[in-house]
Design a protein around this ligand. Structure first.
Ligand SMILES: Cc1cc2nc3c(=O)[nH]c(=O)nc-3n(C[C@H](O)[C@H](O)[C@H](O)COP(=O)(O)OP(=O)(O)OC[C@H]3O[C@@H](n4cnc5c(N)ncnc54)[C@H](O)[C@@H]3O)c2cc1C
Length: 418
């Protein structure tokens, strides 16, 4: 009996996307009875490092939005390109994929999805078990240094100092490691500007002093950066010991990632702490408090939605004594309170990495990739998936979903069609 020639697949990067692609590739090859040798080259000692630490060790696998148009709205970069891949493999498919392999996911109030075990090890164990089932070769301490396209169409991998491998097709799934971009450039690709995304803002202002830990459920934020259009976000906001954080602020940082880098993280942010857009409504709220509390000190009567500590600090910023009665508050002082409550302008003077979940924005130019297959439009046989591409999402499981989806599509196409 004639045996088919074995196809050799190289996956560079044993992170979320590379491993998922390897599993899908093996499954497809098995289904089509393609004789295949899949090798995952990982430069470090361990696979799936980010999966392990993600979501505070719980792994925020995806987000509970099963309508792809809405899902795409959560990608500052890659939103248009991901639309068609998500038609093929979206968050609902991720849930199904894990369930079929015995891992149940649950979703929290804010939409984030985790394994019911609340442990990222469950996800890693599932992947490792699948990899063993398909006999995928998982190789650690294998640093792919460069790539070369051979005349016969195959791709030569230079590994460590003295090893090599010749592959029929190659997937670059190196995440945000700079060497991954270099590998792609070796084969003619270009990269867009790389910038950190998902960071918190450093702000020094009296209104934030000693208030670390205080949160607001529906703040509106407007970020003004020199030379850019303003960015706006609404949602939960948190005061930290050195500025502002929380979901709304992290989203803002993702949308404005490049512009913020260009100004060295100097900008002006306007905070509407209660998210009351209509200033007339805001004025009414304060006037009602004033009228109802003429004999009460201003430090004791304040909007229900605010904490006392924040209100007292706001009065410090306005230079209004908290012992003063509401009846003594002048129009000018009322205006000052209004300004600091609804259009509080603060100077952003720097950034810090968000400890839980950060990504790089920028990567392989999306115009150079076919999103039907994840194959390079420049170098046939070369594929991309995950964060190495110029795609990034906001917090909440969107980055992993793009890693699974692009890995799944690459996995479908890595075995060559004969
Ligand atoms: C602390 C933290 C927590 C996070 N939590 C979440 C979360 O809960 N939910 C979410 O959606 N996103 C989260 N993210 C983002 C998410 O982890 C990434 O978007 C995702 O891991 C990207 O997958 P990837 O496979 O593209 O890259 P990675 O997971 O980074 O994997 C790339 C792999 O390639 C290897 N590699 C690189 N270059 C080479 C080379 N030349 N040769 C061989 N191997 C190489 C790297 O060592 C790495 O193992 C978090 C990120 C961080 C840093």
């Amino acid at each position: 009996m004639k045996t088919s020639k074995q196809q050799r697949i190289a996956i560079i990067g044993g992170g979320a996307s590379g491993i998922f692609a390897a599993l899908r590739c093996a499954e497809v090859a098995k289904g089509k009875k393609i004789n295949i040798d899949i090798r995952v080259f990982e430069t470090t000692k361990r696979f799936l490092k980010k999966v392990r630490v993600s979501g505070g060790g719980r792994c925020n696998v995806t987000h509970h939005i099963f309508e792809v148009n809405n899902f795409c709205l959560n990608y500052p970069r890659g939103r248009k390109e991901l639309l068609s891949p998500f038609q093929n493999f979206q968050a609902a498919n991720t849930v199904e994929w894990f369930e079929e392999r015995g891992v149940k996911l649950k979703h929290e109030g804010d939409g984030r999805m985790f394994p019911i075990s609340d442990s990222s090890e469950t996800i890693i164990d599932c992947f490792m078990q699948e990899a063993r089932k398909y006999k995928i070769k998982l190789l650690t301490k294998m640093d792919v240094k460069s790539l070369k396209k051979l005349d016969d169409g195959k791709i030569f991998l230079f590994i460590n100092d003295d090893e090599s491998f010749i592959a029929d097709s190659v997937l670059i799934a190196t995440g945000s490691m700079p060497n991954g971009y270099k590998l792609a450039r070796n084969l003619g690709h270009s990269t867009t500007e790389i910038a950190p995304s998902l960071f918190t803002f450093k702000i020094e202002d009296v209104i934030l002093e000693n208030l670390a830990g205080i949160s607001f459920s529906q703040a509106t934020l407007t970020l003004k950066i020199d030379g850019a259009k303003p960015f706006t976000q609404k949602g939960p906001l948190l005061i930290t010991h050195w500025g502002l954080s929380g979901p709304a602020l992290l989203k803002l940082s993702a949308w404005a990632a490049r512009e913020m880098m260009h100004t060295n993280y100097k900008a002006k942010i306007t905070v509407n702490w209660l998210g009351i857009e209509n200033l007339n409504d805001g004025e009414k709220l304060l006037s009602t408090i004033k009228v109802k509390n003429t004999k009460t000190s201003v430090g004791k009567a304040y909007p229900n939605e605010l904490t006392k500590r924040f209100w007292l600090q706001l009065l410090v910023k306005c230079e209004i004594l908290k012992e003063k009665n509401w009846s003594e508050i002048s129009k000018k002082e009322l205006k000052l309170i209004m300004k600091n409550l609804f259009i509080c302008e603060l100077d952003v003077i720097g950034k810090s990495r968000f400890k839980e979940e950060f990504v790089e924005c920028g990567g392989i130019n999306l115009k150079e990739i076919s999103f039907k297959t994840m194959e390079s439009k420049i170098c046939p046989g070369l594929y991309f998936s995950g964060e190495v591409m110029d795609i990034d999402g906001i917090t909440g499981g969107f980055n992993f979903q793009s890693a699974w989806t692009s890995g799944w599509i690459a996995g479908n196409n890595l075995p060559l069609k004969k």
